[in-house]
Write a protein that binds this ligand. Structure first.
Ligand SMILES: Cc1cc2nc3c(=O)[nH]c(=O)nc-3n(C[C@H](O)[C@H](O)[C@H](O)COP(=O)(O)O)c2cc1C
Length: 179
């Protein structure tokens, strides 16, 4: 089957996750097209038989370009098996309230865009202290410190659980017809 994997990213972790998702689905014999919502080219819904969307949370919301994309394309996305991989740091928190907040992001997206993902997977993202500018590094160090997370800004931290992501993607790929 022809599968579309679309992502939005700010610091690159969601692109890495989307590339992993695309490779995993391709490994099961499907044809996969990977695209960035900011410049999708031919990678738009309508001609694909299944769609996986990947988007990160920044300051409590998905990137505006992503919200606009799913608002515009929701009918075509919902017409085929589809899934949202939501990337955040809060989902990795020990604090149940923080995790509940992360779990609510797709619901806020539904209210805003009208897009109802058929299934959702929450994946933890990364802290990229080495790539942040001064202000972002300061901000993220403070947030991480408050949450009991890492504060050593001399390195990056990746929290993505690749095995859990694979499990979700395998189940999704299992739902769609054989290649
Ligand atoms: C400026 C900034 C704000 C963020 N805001 C949130 C947030 O509100 N909630 C959250 O759970 N994670 C937040 N994060 C964590 C990101 O979701 C995480 O770093 C993710 O890996 C970013 O994906 P990207 O590299 O594809 O942009 C924030 C990260 C940055 C740098």
């Amino acid at each position: 089957m022809n599968v579309l994997v679309l992502y939005a990213t700010v610091e690159g972790q969601t692109r890495k996750i989307a590339e992993h998702v695309a490779a995993r689905i391709e490994g099961q014999g499907h044809m996969v097209v990977l695209g960035d919502v900011r410049d999708p080219g031919f990678a738009v819904p309508g001609t694909f038989e299944a769609i996986v969307l990947c988007a990160p949370i920044h300051m409590g919301r998905y990137p505006e370009a992503f919200v606009r994309f799913v608002t515009d394309w929701k009918t075509a996305i919902e017409a085929v098996p589809n899934a949202l991989v939501s990337i955040s740091l809060a989902i990795h928190s020990d604090n149940a309230e923080e995790r509940a907040e992360a779990e609510a992001y797709p619901i806020h997206l539904q209210h805003k865009s009208g897009y109802h993902p058929a299934s959702v997977h929450h994946a933890a993202g990364a802290l990229k202290f080495l790539e942040y500018d001064f202000f972002k590094r300061f901000l993220m160090r403070r947030i991480a410190g408050k949450e009991g997370g890492p504060v050593d800004t001399s390195r990056d931290y990746e929290f993505t659980d690749w095995a859990a992501l694979d499990q979700f993607i395998d189940a999704f790929a299992g739902q769609i017809a054989q290649p």
